[in-house]
Design a protein around this ligand. Structure first.
Ligand SMILES: [Zn+2]
Length: 274
């Protein structure tokens, strides 16, 4: 599933091609992709509008239109947003035609991605927590937000209301880098652990963006190319292999219903027990 670095890569790829252009036509090939409003109103809302800017918020793609409204996409599990794909895509759900002949194709084999047209972006993204790479996400802000949470640290990091943009891959990588077991209660983290985790979250996300995202199966950038971050992962999907830090065997468990990878030696569940 695309997480913050993958969506950031797509948005950065598309920016020079779409900002300032006009949307002349929208082909809605699978109407149920539209979460709100109705499919007819969605097409009427987007068609004919100029694109002011494209940005990422959490895992959402936000496109501001020149009447002040917003076209918003969430790729979910298998969605791709492609610029001028060379061949007809049998999984194309929405095709957006720009005034210079360019096409933006939202393709999604599993049909879980969603499109929105709204007057205010907050209607869709208002529930999201802070941006982990944003200037206002300071260590102090992280410390404050962690207070009083009894759930496991992994499920809290996956909660988009707590922090926007992390998914299964980057959460496991950040917890490994910080040496924190994914099943630790969030409220049990020491000040030093919180600081390590704060820095680890920002490091794994920045590295993911630098390597243009992680591709295991579906994710592609806006030009159809896979990312390179999967080659640099230290813990995710590496069960049975040696930990790159200590050599112990990497384990897999389930946390918050998600496959979770960790090193039992570098990430002890109980402090002081190695
Ligand atoms: Zn280890």
């Amino acid at each position: 599933m695309p997480e913050l670095p993958e969506v950031e890569t797509i948005v950065n790829d598309l920016r020079p091609f779409v900002e300032g252009r006009r949307i002349v036509k929208v082909d809605l090939l699978w109407p149920r992709v539209v979460e709100c409003p109705s499919p007819e109103r969605f097409v009427r809302g987007v068609e004919g509008k100029g694109i002011v800017w494209i940005k990422r918020r959490g895992k959402y793609i936000l496109v501001k239109l020149d009447d002040g409204s917003f076209f918003i996409l969430h790729l979910r599990v298998s969605g791709r947003l492609l610029l001028n794909p060379p061949e007809e895509d049998r999984y194309a759900r929405v095709v957006i035609h720009l005034d210079n002949g360019d096409r933006l194709v939202f393709a999604d084999p599993r049909k879980l991605g969603r499109a929105y047209w709204v007057l205010k972006a907050e209607e869709v993204v208002g529930h999201l927590g802070p941006e982990p790479l944003g200037d206002d996400f300071t260590l102090e802000a992280f410390v404050q937000r962690l207070k009083g949470h009894q759930c496991t640290i992994k499920s809290l990091l996956l909660n988009q209301r707590f922090l926007a943009g992390l998914g299964n891959i980057y959460t496991d990588e950040a917890l490994f880098l910080a040496g924190i077991h994914p099943q630790r209660p969030a409220s049990s983290l020491s000040q030093e652990e919180i600081q390590r985790l704060y820095e680890a979250i920002r490091t794994v996300l920045r590295e993911g963006i630098e390597r243009r995202g992680t591709t295991f199966s579906d994710y592609r950038d806006a030009f159809g190319a896979p990312g390179r971050n999967q080659e640099a992962l230290k813990i995710f999907r590496r069960a049975g292999r040696p930990c790159p830090q200590c050599g112990a065997e990497i384990k897999r468990t389930k946390v918050a219903g998600r496959g979770t990878y960790f090193c039992p030696r570098c990430q002890p569940l109980f402090r002081g027990k190695h």
